[in-house]
Design a binder for this molecule. Structure first.
Ligand SMILES: [Mg+2]
Length: 214
């Protein structure tokens, strides 16, 4: 099997920090989304898609430089707060690869962000060359394009892929791609009802992932 890992919230515990930074940036523009509301609206989507959703809600374009400032603030917070790997995921990858499964990453984030977050968690090197970003496709999650690209680039087909996700948009994307999807719901912000509705099979402990995949 090819195991396709989402990045944020599955490999690295970035979502609390990045959504806090996004919420603060939107608050400064007059959009009063707190962190839970920001997560509910934007979790698992590409930056391009997040900006479009926020601008639609505001009814106007965000100012020039908004994205650059948001990214600078977020990356600084990742480093300052030492964002790390999701508990147990390194050992789960070891076990899966030892069992003969192949692995890759398919994220709504861009490569610059992943270099910081996966690098900080000690995971960049083990995935390098097998890291795919929504910046490589026209339509990000919840569309299937990114997962289909990952399967194609890795030389396999959707029926031989398992996606590991934590967001509703990503779960919808995996289902649309015709792939089995396991949803890590061990984070306090997990939208359990939304993940189940989207067609995901939930699990709460990364140590159980190899057994679930079999
Ligand atoms: Mg995610």
């Amino acid at each position: 099997m090819l195991i396709i890992f989402d990045c944020d919230g599955v490999l690295v515990d970035t979502e609390p920090v990045s959504n806090r930074c996004f919420s603060e940036a939107l608050n400064r523009e007059g959009l009063a989304w707190d962190v839970p509301e920001t997560m509910r609206r934007l979790l698992g989507r590409s930056l391009k898609s997040c900006i479009a959703i926020a601008e639609a809600e505001l009814g106007r374009a965000l100012p020039p430089g908004f994205v650059d400032r948001l990214q600078a603030d977020t990356f600084a917070a990742f480093k300052r707060e030492r964002v790390g790997a999701v508990p147990g995921v390194g050992a789960a990858i070891d076990t899966l690869e030892a069992a003969g499964h192949r692995t890759c990453v398919a994220s709504s984030g861009d490569l610059g962000k992943m270099r910081i977050t996966l690098g900080g968690a000690g995971l960049w090197d083990r995935f390098e060359g097998r890291i795919f970003s929504a910046t490589q496709v026209e339509r990000g999650k919840p569309f299937p394009d990114l997962f289909l690209l990952a399967a194609r680039e890795m030389g396999t087909t959707p029926d031989l892929c398992v996606v590991v996700e934590d967001a509703v948009a990503g779960t919808q994307a995996a289902v649309a791609a015709g792939m089995r999807v396991l949803c890590y719901a061990g984070a306090p912000y997990a939208d359990r009802d939304g993940l189940v509705t989207a067609g995901g099979h939930l699990f709460d402990d990364m140590r159980t992932l190899p057994t679930l995949i079999g």
